[in-house]
Every structure is written in structure tokens, then in C-alpha cells.
Design a protein around this ligand. Structure first.
Ligand code: FAD
Ligand code: A2P
Length: 278
């Protein structure tokens, strides 16, 4: 049994829980976003792209848990998470104050549809994300299997502001600069990995919702790739419910079909969160 150290000083008692993990680092990106790393349970096996339940002890003495995509790849010895800060959110109003050495609860039961096994083999893989929906792709982008399976990998990330793109941009830069992954991805303009960040509410080099940029063809023209084709293209989608619904309709209009672990097809979708967003 591991000891769970309370995150707020208000909780004076120490609680014993089987699923406690220790926070090893925390980084804040904005007043809305932060990322943190925790120790990995020795027994935890997961597929890059899956999510787990994590949380803190509630004031009622019961665990307060929420779904979180594991942002680190399956080979990493620690686990990374990328999180929103909801001002009045039951979990994140407290979770945003965690510091190295604090402990949180992690249920070691990974699940999810954003996994390679849920897609039929293809040539080009698209990751379409908004906001914290980048998290599962931060895992998949750092997994060599992604580049072994596909000739080309395209990650799109749409946020309201430029600052909200920072975490994703740093992951992509790290991947491109990584010795082992870099060898699989290739160099500069021939690189297998293409990053397409866009903003909608602040000026940036590329503006607009990705749905609009697919419809008007700008995405394909900018990247020099053909329009979506079910023969060659595969996609994973992670964003708000409205985003997922719109993108699913677009993918289906191009002839791609939604798959699942039990029935692989041309694309898969997962919610980045439940609700309307903040
Ligand atoms: P909640 O009561 O859970 O949410 C309050 C409201 O805040 C929601 O109704 C919604 O309007 C808004 N909200 C919640 N989460 C987000 C978000 N991520 N982005 C924008 N608005 C949001 N959250 C992450 O930050 N990172 C993840 O990797 C992540 N992975 C998830 C995977 C799955 C499959 C699902 C279903 C959810 C995931 N979430 C993720 C959301 C997460 O489970 C919680 O909702 C979030 O941590 C807020 O918890 P809370 O208790 O503070 O507020
Ligand atoms: P917009 O600013 O035009 O709403 P949020 O922070 O609300 O989750 O949104 C994250 C990003 O996703 C924003 O840039 C937002 O654009 C975009 N977005 C939200 N809903 C959709 C949708 N239905 N289709 C495409 N993009 C969307």
C-alpha cells in the first residue's frame, strides 16, 4: 500500500490507497493549461493513445476521478498528462496546484479507441485535434510504431490562441529533434511528420477551424498532399463533442468509415472532454 499525500494543506490526514503515484514534474503553459508527469506503476501496460482514470481524494474521503489521455508513449518509464484548468471544476480546481512529490490516484486500467489497432493499414495518417485533444497524439507522435506503419503522418492542432499551441509545438519539435524517431521520420522537407497548427481567435501564420480548411482545400494545398481518400488515408480525431461530430461528418463525406477496436476501419474518434467546454 502506498501512502497518498494530500495536495491541499486543508486535508490534514494521510490516506492509504493502492493506486497512488508520485508527481515528478509540473509545467504550466497558461492560466488554462498545464502538463505533469507521474511515476508509472510497474504493472501498467498500455497502448499509445489510450486513457486512464486519475484523480485526488475528495473531501468526502472518496476518490474524485476523471478520464485522462496518457500523453506519454507506451515506452516511457513515467506517465505524462496534459490538462485543462476548469476554474470551478471539481478535480482540476485542485489538480492545477499539484507539485513534485505530491501523490495522485491512478487506476491502472487503460482503454480507448485512438489506437493503431482500430485502423486498417493505410499510407497517410491524420491526427486531428483541438485544445487538450492533442494529448493522445502527444503519445502516438512519440511512438516509433506510428512512423513504421505510415509513409506520412499529419498532426493538426487548432486552438483559440497561439499560447494554447505551445505544448503541442514543443512535442513536435522534440520528436523531430529526437535521434531515434528522427531517423524514422527523415529530414526537413522530406520528413514523414507534418505539423499543421491553426488558431481561431488570435492572429497566427495559419488561421481558421480545421473543418473549414479541409472544406476549402487549404490544408491539402498547404501541405502538398491529395484530398482525403479512403484508399490511402486514415484518421484519428480528438476534440470537443461539436468538433468530433463535424469532423466525423466530413470524413464520412469523403468515404472514410468509423472504426473501433473490435472492427478496424478508416478513422476513429474520441472525446477530449464531456460538456460544452470553457
Ligand atoms: P468537470 O466537471 O469534469 O468539467 C467541467 C466542465 O469543464 C465540462 O463540462 C466542460 O465544459 C469543461 N471541460 C472539462 N474538460 C475540458 C477540457 N479538457 N477542455 C476544455 N473544457 C473542458 N481533460 C484534460 O484536461 N486532459 C485530457 O487528457 C483529458 N482526457 C480525457 C479523455 C476522455 C476519454 C474524456 C471523456 C475526458 C478527458 N478529459 C481530459 C476531461 C477530464 O476527464 C475532465 O473533464 C477535466 O479534467 C475537468 O475535470 P473537472 O472535475 O475539473 O471538471
Ligand atoms: P472557435 O474559436 O471558432 O470556436 P474550445 O476551446 O472551445 O474547445 O475550442 C478549441 C478550438 O476548436 C477553437 O479554435 C475552436 O474554434 C475550435 N472548434 C470548436 N468547435 C469546433 C467545430 N465544431 N469544428 C471545428 N473547430 C471547432
Amino acid at each position: 500500500m502506498t501512502e497518498l499525500r494530500p495536495v491541499t494543506e486543508a486535508t490534514a490526514t494521510r490516506v492509504h490507497l493502492p493506486d497512488a503515484q508520485t508527481v515528478t514534474s509540473v509545467r504550466h503553459y497558461s492560466d488554462r493549461l498545464f502538463a505533469f508527469r507521474v511515476t508509472r506503476p510497474a504493472s501498467l501496460r498500455f497502448r499509445s493513445g489510450e486513457f486512464v482514470m486519475i484523480g485526488l481524494m475528495g473531501d468526502n474521503g472518496r476518490p474524485l476521478l476523471r478520464a485522462y489521455s496518457i500523453a506519454s508513449p507506451a515506452w516511457d518509464e513515467e506517465l505524462e498528462f496534459y490538462s485543462i484548468k476548469v476554474p470551478d471544476g471539481p478535480l482540476t480546481s485542485r489538480l492545477q496546484h499539484i507539485q513534485p512529490g505530491d501523490e495522485l490516484i491512478l487506476r491502472p486500467k487503460p482503454v480507448g479507441t485512438l489506437v493503431h489497432d482500430a485502423l486498417l493499414p493505410g499510407k497517410r495518417l491524420y491526427f486531428f485535434s483541438t485544445g487538450t485533444g492533442f494529448a493522445p497524439f502527444a503519445s502516438l507522435l512519440r511512438d516509433p510504431e506510428t512512423y513504421e506503419k505510415y509513409d506520412e503522418v499529419i498532426i493538426t492542432h487548432t486552438c483559440r490562441t497561439v499560447a494554447e499551441l505551445t505544448y503541442g509545438r514543443e512535442i513536435v519539435d522534440a520528436v523531430l529533434g529526437d535521434e531515434m524517431l528522427g531517423e524514422l521520420i527523415g529530414a526537413e522537407n522530406l520528413a514523414k511528420l507534418k505539423y499543421y497548427p491553426t488558431t481561431t481567435r488570435e492572429e497566427s501564420p495559419k488561421m481558421g477551424r480545421i473543418t473549414t480548411l479541409i472544406e476549402n482545400g487549404a490544408l491539402f494545398a498547404d501541405l502538398g498532399v491529395p484530398r482525403l481518400n479512403p484508399e490511402t488515408d486514415r484518421a484519428m480525431v480528438c476534440g470537443s463533442l461539436a468538433f468530433n461530430i463535424d469532423l466525423k461528418a466530413l470524413l464520412e463525406s469523403h468515404g472514410l468509415r468509423e472504426g473501433a477496436n473490435s472492427e478496424p476501419q478508416e478513422f476513429v474518434v474520441e472525446k477530449a472532454f464531456v460538456g460544452e467546454g470553457i
